[in-house]
Write a protein of this length. Sequence first.
Length: 195
Amino acid sequence: LFAGPVDFVKGVTAMANLPPADRLEVCFAGRSNVGKSSLINALTNRKNLARASNTPGRTQEINYFALGEEKYLVDLPGYGYAEAPKAVVEKWQRLLKQFLQGRQTLRRAFVLIDTRHGAKEVDEEIMKLLNKSAVTFQVVMTKADKVNAATRAANLAQVQETLKKHPAAYPEIVMTSSEEGLGIETLRAIIANMT
Ligand code: GTP
Ligand code: MG
């Protein structure tokens, strides 16, 4: 699906340093450790393109990846991670909010939610922000391999219920496992079909 090369472009810590807004982009937002970087690796079929890690707070910059010359995939720092120094957390959160509110070419934000936990308060805060900024977002459930079918169904229903409160939400939720490849083709097709 991504015919051309996929390349790391740059990591950004200030809005002023974002690449030129010259093509459509999608971003991956979600709580720390939810699996954003792993999902980008799975989508691009590259093991270590985006750095994933067991340590929450791994991604500390806005990381741009180019799909040929067509699109950008944007890996974001996680939110809701309280262990890092307060000043650092606040800096990330500020940047994250500026980005989600102010990036013209942002076509869709994927909001990742851990299938084990369902939507939390912090997820809803991000959804509200996206609503306010009129950015379409789509929920991607992650780590589906870690739970049984009953938990999957229950937490999917919980997220569906939550989305009713957020009109900017795209109705289709994608269930994924970066580990086992579940939903990866579906998500690739969603991104590939954006023009
Ligand atoms: P931050 O950059 O810290 O915000 O985290 P992140 O959202 O980028 O998460 P990351 O991709 O680094 O993954 C966090 C941990 O979850 C890593 O240990 C991954 O190996 C693991 N993980 C990610 N996706 C999956 C999945 O689909 N299944 C399983 N079992 N583990 C996963
Ligand atoms: Mg990350």
